[in-house]
Write a protein that binds this ligand. Structure first.
Ligand SMILES: C[S@@+](CC[C@H](N)C(=O)[O-])C[C@H]1O[C@@H](n2cnc3c(N)ncnc32)[C@H](O)[C@@H]1O
Length: 291
């Protein structure tokens, strides 16, 4: 965005006030992204290099940013309160529907305002500094875009008897949303202890007692309670092979579903003991069931 573009954005935001409506999260997140792009936080223009006009414009931009963040914080607080009172399913579903609409445009791997909502509502403390480098074949943490998780939960129609196990759960977004939005239980298996601590803090803060996290290598995890397993390409090669073999042994005892996102999907699609639950759609979570 040019200086002119930034001025136009700031003047529009100052004039319209529509962004003050808590329901206008999408507009606020998009405006915050645009402001961030042009005036990165923590980097005010150097006093010497910038004109008084630019400095004044940036001060107005910062005031708008603070105003929008305050509205977001109040919104996230109210949603947290609803989750604690057991109304999380209704509230989160309303937001998820607003995002995907009747056309259900859930494809694409980018993040959007639903991710801002989820990371704002779930009180994570990002443990960046404490996270060690992972061994070979283990894939670093990256959350599934929230609209894909909501889309999956709707397609799975989990019941009270279901247990969704996220293999390589990271900070636990998927099991936490299972517990907040459905009657099922969510279990996260995660190698990195700092992520498990973060997820457990969320369980406590939000009273999401149907979510549980285990610090473990997925290769040695007890999979016997799971009815649905989720993998957002957490590992590759021999680790993926060993976990798929363990899932096949579970499927010999009971019907299970396996859901996957990202590059591990073609590998899982070739497993002869699984069949696609529905025709695969590129860049959407795939759902398989055991034969
Ligand atoms: C791409 S992230 C997916 C995170 C989460 N499932 C989600 O969708 O939001 C992969 C995660 O798997 C974890 N991981 C990698 N290898 C693992 C293993 N052998 N056992 C358990 N977790 C593992 C990583 O630490 C990372 O947090």
């Amino acid at each position: 965005m040019s200086h002119h573009g930034l001025r136009h954005l700031i003047e529009t935001l100052e004039r319209t006030h529509a962004w003050r409506d808590p329901a206008r999260l999408r507009e606020r997140v998009e405006a915050l992204d645009a402001l961030e792009l042009h005036m990165p936080e923590g980097l005010p223009p150097g006093e010497g290099d910038a004109s008084p006009d630019t400095l004044a414009l940036h001060a107005r931009g910062r005031a708008l940013r603070a105003g929008m963040e305050a509205v977001n914080e109040a919104l996230y607080r109210s949603i947290r309160q609803e989750i604690r009172q057991g109304n999380g399913a209704d509230v989160l579903r309303r937001w998820a529907h607003g995002a995907t609409g009747p056309a259900r445009r859930v494809q694409g791997d980018g993040y959007d305002y639903l991710d801002a909502l989820v990371s704002g509502v779930l009180p994570f403390e990002l443990p960046e500094a404490e996270v060690a480098e992972l061994p070979a074949e283990m894939v670093f943490y990256q959350p599934t875009p929230a609209r894909h998780v909501f889309d999956l939960l709707e397609r799975l129609a989990l019941g009270e008897g279901d247990v969704l196990v996220d293999l390589g759960a990271g900070l636990g977004v998927v099991p936490l949303l299972v517990a907040a939005c459905t009657g099922a239980r969510g279990v996260g298996i995660e190698y990195e202890a700092a992520y498990v601590d973060g997820a457990r803090r969320c369980v406590e803060a939000l009273g999401l007692t149907r979510a549980m996290f285990v610090q473990q290598d997925a290769r040695v995890a007890d999979l016997s309670e799971g009815t649905v397993f989720y993998l957002y390409t957490p590992f590759t090669g021999t680790i993926l092979r060993s976990v798929l073999d363990a899932l096949r042994r579970q499927a010999e005892r009971r019907a299970i579903r396996v859901c996957s996102y990202g590059p591990c999907t073609p590998v899982i699609a070739r497993e002869p003991w699984l069949e696609a639950g529905e025709p695969p759609v590129a860049d959407r979570i795939a759902v398989f069931r055991s034969r």
